[in-house]
Design a protein around this ligand. Structure first.
Ligand code: MN
Length: 203
């Protein structure tokens, strides 16, 4: 089997604005590498919209972002796990990257930061990783595990615990509807508008 291409080999840095990897010693094993502190989830509008989960881990003395492409993002409900495809380690500097990768380049399309923050590994062994995210959007515990079937790059991610604070129920609001009148009049407490057919909604 041909050796998988590295992060730098996949990209042309005269074309893309993504940062090059400065040190490259091969990808780390997420089941063994020393965890760092930060995580980022990119929202990536490539050929197919997907999310990229990146966890900081150490490659020797160099922090890298161990990465999984998660088509449906991390699950927010317990139960069915989501597919997470382990991809090449990204340079640590990628954590603050957002921008548009030019069409025709590897991963061409818009990259936005969906969430970032700190994370903590709770369980780590070959092919298994349980971690707690403390992000702006996501707070909770997820379990990532390598599947026994299919490609060794195929992992699954399951929600263990949703730690987001309970949100207040939205207030009971209804859109104001037009009142039909027979005659026009002038009054400071009123505004007049033509009545269009349609549905009113609060957005
Ligand atoms: Mn991606």
């Amino acid at each position: 089997m041909p050796k998988a291409k590295t992060y730098n080999e996949k990209r042309r840095f005269d074309e893309t604005t993504e940062p090059p990897a400065k040190v490259y010693k091969g990808d780390v094993d997420p089941g063994e590498a020393k965890p760092g502190k930060s995580f980022v989830i990119h929202q990536h509008h490539a050929t197919r919209l997907h999310f990229d989960l990146r966890l900081e881990m150490m490659n020797g003395n160099t922090p890298v972002l161990v990465s999984w492409a998660v088509p449906k993002n991390l699950p927010l409900k317990p139960g069915k796990p989501h597919l997470a495809v382990h991809v090449e380690d990204h340079p640590f500097e990628y954590g603050s990257f957002s921008g548009t990768i030019p069409a025709g380049q590897y991963g061409g399309g818009e990259v936005r930061i969906f969430d970032n923050g700190t994370y903590e590994v709770l369980e780590q062994e070959p092919g298994k990783l349980t971690f707690r995210l403390e992000g702006s959007r996501l707070q909770g515990v997820w379990h990532l595990f390598q599947t026994s079937k299919g490609s060794p790059k195929d992992w699954l991610v399951r929600l263990r615990e949703d730690l987001r604070p309970e949100r207040d129920a939205p207030p009971d609001l209804a859109p104001m509807l037009a009142t039909l009148g027979t005659e026009a009049f002038d009054d400071e407490g009123w505004i007049f508008e033509p009545k269009w057919d349609g549905v009113r909604a609060l957005a």
